[in-house]
Ligand binder design. Sequence first.
Ligand code: MLT
Length: 385
Amino acid sequence: MFNILTLNKISASGLANFDAEKFCCADSFDAPDAIIVRSAAMHDMEFSSNLLAVARAGAGVNNIPIDRCTENGICVFNTPGANANAVKELVICSLFLASRKIVAGSKWCDTLKGNGDGVSKLVEKGKGNFVGPEIFGKTLGVAGLGAIGIKVANAAKALGMTVIGYDPFISDAAKAALDPEITVTAELDDIFASADYITLHAPLNDSTRGMIGKENLAKCKDGIRVLNFSRGELVDNKDIIEALASGKCAAYVTDFPTDEQLGTDGVIAIPHLGASTPEAEENCAVMAVCQLSDYLLNGNIKNSVNFPAVTLEKSAKLRITAVTNGDIAESIEKALSEQGIKVVAKASAVKKATGYAIFDTEDEITDEAIETLKAVDGVCAIRII
Ligand code: MLT
């Protein structure tokens, strides 16, 4: 039985995909075999020695200490694309929020309470304060063409926008999924030069932190509207507030508001609702559960952010998996053969410096053989399934 610790509330219908005879889920375990997390910060969390995997029910993994997980042989999964439609819908909604002064206008309407039959007259008199442009014919810059960026780009194009997508690492499959009239660039500056609206869909890392800051805002058109449904730190807090005050930026819609941004003119603050739909929560949980189950029961890896993708149909009685430093699958197979263990099927791959290998065998694997395998230079963890 594997014990699965759930941090945050994870969709119950998603968790129901675990085989109840093999997995037990709870929100407290001293030494879980795996963790499913949504947004809980795990950087200060101590990991038990038997922790095998962490699954993030979502795309971003900045709440997980990836390097520490890798050092400890812990496989980290995410669920790319599982919430992409939910985020896309809120981004499209936010194009209108950023344009049409809907939030400010709605708040003003509330102030008219108590005016009885006079409300309609006051509405008509005051509406001129809330005029905002249409998005049709305007240019949208999409920074990041992953699962969400592609959906946003295509939907904006269908609404009559000119779309330019920035992604220096775009895959052929992603390119093929884009409307052919969407321009793709590897230069972020191309977006800054042409966009009326910019929407961010990049992961948070050292090269993307502060990508919307003073220097890049200066390259944008006056009155640029910025949408941030990725991570707050992609936008420099002080610089965006200054840009809003000067009119350089006409609106900043953020799913990750900071204290300083709240109440600032031009900021539309949303409480991290991008993926908060029942559909997305279920999709993410189902994907996280399937990936964790396949890893814990079969040793297969799909959608890991720190381990390579390796899957192999189980073809024998026993399976040996190895987490390694670098590509040492051959050395492990040699050590197995020296122990009289014949490999009938195998698969291996390396991602950055982390290797992972699967070996299937019909032969018995003694404790002594396992110790010998663990002693092979570069082996971090061995599991027999
Ligand atoms: C994500 O990274 O996909 C979102 O932050 C998901 C969420 O809201 O949990």
